[in-house]
Write a protein that binds this ligand. Structure first.
Ligand code: BGP
Length: 456
């Protein structure tokens, strides 16, 4: 049995876009609306972002269920496109909605983390160039300023970005996010814009002298070399500089990896920047770190390194045949990486307070696990969470400053292109009549939270 400290926060996360759909107020379109409009066949069962669990209608019922489970805290976010549908005009209805929504969490004593940006780029912002446009970045800062002034007293913690680089990797080097093109030059420009936007928002927050903690949530797919060969160790360093520790270091304390800069120079990919911008980035200090952890990345050097068109093509990621993999998502299950993450934060990130902002398992066709009473017997989820919590406890025992754990997701959410293919929630959502029902794991989590104990 593992005992967690009394003040350790157990909770769950969700996001605005994945729970709101078009929702109860008017909203501007975002890139996923455009993506779905253009290529509905790319979305699982052709379900676009309009069909979610519709939390804007059902939030009282949902938050009551969260309270029943006993969440200490929860993370969701604001939708930029709902608050500022055209980028300029404030949607008063949305302001009223978010006040009511946040108040409901408060009434139920659930500490609330609110994210400013979780993959939901307003369409107008994309059309103006996305994060490579300084105009868009400044509008993002204005949106942040509005949120801070309007909601600071009610929100407990702010998060600038969720998994900041995922929309870049998936949209400019892959096909899961809009625009689904392959363009490393543009990807680097977008990534730099995100770093700048994050730093400008933090700078503003400090200027406003606001006191609630502000941080960033980063998906740390911890990098391991596939072998001890020198070229694979080098490949792992490069991958880490591009994907994991490199960007994290920038957003954590404005430290820019020299390996990353050298590699970008080699391929002539340095983005346009100014010394004033770099000074703002270097000045960044956050109060806490949220880590989304689903899987590690194991890399080796690519066979024909000469054919690489940019740094990341020198590296290839592979899942070893012997690895334990979630077959529905294709992600390796490796809780041990949390130990390495926790120790790295302790030793190299000034032991900053950190928490698991997302961790969970997505499973297809959970219907087949329903017992005669109608309960989904999601023992696989209980096992997955137990295994990860064991490692978290281990690294806490070594002095790593982890203060909480949020499972993805509080309830079944719509997901990017995968829609409702993989279900993640403690609470199932029946999309035919929008009814909600606890899964077995919800009762398990309720017990765990009550005693702050995990039974291994
Ligand atoms: C993270 C996102 C979440 C959520 C989760 C599960 O990357 O921050 O929004 O979607 O992954 O992944 P997926 O929904 O792609 O299966």
């Amino acid at each position: 049995m593992l005992k967690f400290p009394k003040n350790f926060e157990f909770g769950a996360s969700i996001s605005a876009l994945q729970t709101e759909g078009h929702g109860c107020t008017k909203t501007g379109l975002n890139t996923f609306d455009a993506f779905f409009d253009k290529s509905p066949e790319l979305f699982f069962n052709q379900v676009g972002p309009q069909l979610t669990c519709d939390i804007t209608t059902y939030y009282k019922e949902d938050i009551a269920m969260f309270k029943t489970i006993g969440f200490d805290s929860l993370r969701t976010g604001f939708a930029w496109a709902r608050l500022f549908p055209d980028g300029e005009t404030l949607n008063e209805e949305a302001v009223i909605f978010y006040h009511d929504y946040i108040r409901e969490y408060k009434k139920n004593h659930i500490k609330l983390y609110m994210t400013l940006f979780h993959f939901d780029m307003p369409l107008w912002a994309y059309q103006e160039g996305g994060w490579s446009s300084r105009k868009v970045i400044n509008k993002f800062v204005k949106y942040a300023e509005f949120v801070f002034k309007e909601f600071h007293d009610e929100v407990d913690c702010f998060v600038t970005f969720n998994e900041p680089l995922v929309p870049v990797f998936e949209g400019y080097l892959g096909k899961r996010h809009y625009p689904g093109i392959w363009n490393p030059q543009e990807a680097i420009k977008q990534a730099y814009g995100i770093f700048l936007a994050h730093s400008k928002v933090i700078k503003l927050y400090r200027k406003l002298k606001l006191k609630k903690p502000i941080g960033v949530v980063y998906n740390w797919n911890y990098t391991y070399p596939l072998s001890n060969k020198p070229q694979d160790l080098k490949a792992a360093q490069l991958h880490d500089a591009y994907v994991n520790r490199g960007p994290l270091d920038i957003m954590f304390n404005g430290k820019i990896s020299s390996l990353l800069i050298e590699s970008l120079k080699e391929y002539n990919l340095l983005p346009p920047y100014s010394t004033e911008e770099i000074a703002i980035i270097k000045d960044t200090k956050i109060d806490f770190l949220g880590i989304n952890y689903y899987f590690p990345t194991r890399v080796r050097q690519v066979d024909n390194i000469k054919s690489a068109r940019w740094g990341l093509e020198e590296v290839v990621a592979e899942i070893p045949k012997t690895a334990n993999v979630n077959p529905f998502r294709g992600w390796e299950i490796y809780p041990e990486a949390l130990y390495d993450i926790g120790m790295t934060i302790k030793n190299e990130f000034h032991n900053i307070p950190w928490y698991i902002a997302e961790n969970g398992i997505g499973v297809e066709n959970e219907e087949s696990y329903r017992d005669q009473s109608g309960l989904i017997q999601d023992d696989y989820r209980i096992k997955f969470l137990t295994n990860h919590l064991q490692i978290i406890k281990e690294v806490m025992n070594q002095g790593s400053n982890c203060f909480g754990y949020h499972m993805w997701a509080a309830l079944d959410c719509w997901s990017f292109r995968n829609a409702f293919k993989n279900r993640y929630g403690f609470i199932e959502v029946d999309l035919t009549d929008m009814s909600r029902r606890f899964k077995k794991s919800a009762f398990w989590y309720q017990e765990l939270i009550k005693n702050k104990e995990v039974h291994d």
